[in-house]
Write a new protein. Structure first.
Length: 404
């Protein structure tokens, strides 16, 4: 099924992709919605999107993408639900730890679980993933221990895991730069003749960065086996998407000569199917794809942000009704694929994960206060030596106060 995400009648895939649409199409009508600063009302031109599960948990057909989830079993469906629940529980614990002073900062994924789990489970073991700093669900799918994600936010390391162990790169704080890394890696994969693909994650805010535009150019020209997965959560900190672009993000691919498709980012099945399709294109030598997962950031951009200052409560409430976890639970229950025993056991597992994360964070050793001065210059530098000495004296002053 293809649904109308707001009111438009534009095709869901850019002209660089397959011509026409094969899914059914709802009627088109004009609507209005509240956007930034609570006062702006605009007529939406949002296009259709790929959807396999409605917000009510009803399975709908899509002639183009059903084949990519046709063989999914009840056990696998329960696995997707488990992934989303545990990822959300981990995220909630990390947010609480930051509020209690155990982490310096945290970037929550609340509301984006379906986009991350669906796309993450679409990858193969030999694919390589380049995340930004919010892909906790994708890290979970790649087998990265969630406690390893917290070291950087606690300030005790620069990542905490070996990227080559799980083919999952370290988090990237510089907005959009990982898309260039992914493109270069994908070009290398193509030259090596490897049967694998690369996927790069970024947000709607990063789509405005020049690095992303350069990545699109190089990946298209060199036909790189890369999937650009944009989680459009509609807010680049306090800027709504319409302040950044005059066209839907997925349509940008058209100008670079490769396909773009918008998927319901709160539908884990649709995200799984569309990402599988895009990765298969990459592996078969058909080049890059832009996937725009249309979702919503339910919480703050990071724990240093207050979203109530720039967006309306009514907007969040409307998206709460599209909750990705509730959507799949409704489908599981309606299909008799899960019973109360399954949900009860998962709740116990969820709480155990929260305790493990909390204990692991509190057990992390303090970083070396002088490590910042190492590796600045290969052969050392007099100014760095002077700064180290000044910092040592500053640190010693605390010991003097405590001993007094």
């Amino acid at each position: 099924m293809t649904v109308d995400s707001s009111a438009a009648s534009e095709p869901r895939r850019s002209a660089a992709g397959k011509a026409g649409t094969t899914g059914s199409k709802t009627g088109t009508k004009r609507t209005t919605r509240t956007t930034a600063h609570r006062t702006t009302t605009k007529k939406s031109t949002d296009p259709e999107l790929v959807q396999l599960l409605t917000p009510e948990g009803e399975r709908v057909e899509n002639a183009e993408y059903d084949a990519y989830v046709a063989g999914i079993t009840p056990d696998e469906l329960r696995g997707l639900y488990r992934d989303m629940v545990l990822t959300r529980r981990f995220d909630a614990e990390a947010t609480a730890l930051q509020r209690q002073g155990e982490l310096g900062l945290w970037a929550s994924l609340l509301g984006q679980e379906a986009a991350q789990i669906g796309s993450g489970r679409a990858t193969r073991e030999d694919d390589y993933v380049f995340p930004t700093y919010r892909e906790h669900g994708v890290a979970w799918c790649r087998g990265v221990d969630p406690t390893n994600l917290l070291g950087m936010f606690r300030g005790v390391n620069h990542g905490g895991w070996d990227p080559n162990t799980n083919n999952f790169h370290l988090y990237t704080i510089v907005i959009g730069s990982q898309t260039l890394h992914a493109t270069g890696y994908a070009m290398g994969v193509a030259k090596d003749g490897a049967d694998s693909a690369v996927i790069a994650y970024f947000g709607d805010g990063a789509s405005s960065q020049g690095d992303v535009a350069e990545s699109f150019t190089f990946s298209a020209v060199y036909n790189a086996p890369v999937v650009f997965f944009c989680q459009n959560n509609q807010w680049a900190i306090s800027e709504p998407t319409e302040r950044q672009t005059r066209v839907p993000l997925y349509q940008r691919a058209q100008g670079y000569g490769f396909p773009g498709v918008r998927v319901d980012g709160n539908d884990v099945l649709a995200c799984l199917a569309v990402t599988k399709w895009a990765l298969e294109r990459a592996r078969s030598g058909e080049g890059p794809t832009l996937v725009e997962a249309y979702t919503y950031r339910m919480g703050a951009h990071t724990t240093s942000d207050d979203p109530t200052k720039y967006r309306a409560d009514e907007e969040r409430e409307a998206w709460e009704a599209k909750d990705p976890i509730l959507r799949l639970r409704r489908y599981l229950e309606a299909s008799n694929h899960a019973d109360e025993g399954f949900f009860a056991e998962l709740e116990v597992e969820s709480e155990a994960l929260g305790r493990r994360v909390r204990e692991a964070v509190r057990a992390m050793p303090d970083p070396d206060n002088f490590a910042v001065f190492e590796n600045v210059y290969a052969d050392g530098h007099a100014l760095v030596d002077e700064e180290r000495a000044q910092f040592a004296a500053y640190q010693a002053s605390f010991a003097d106060v405590e001993g007094a």
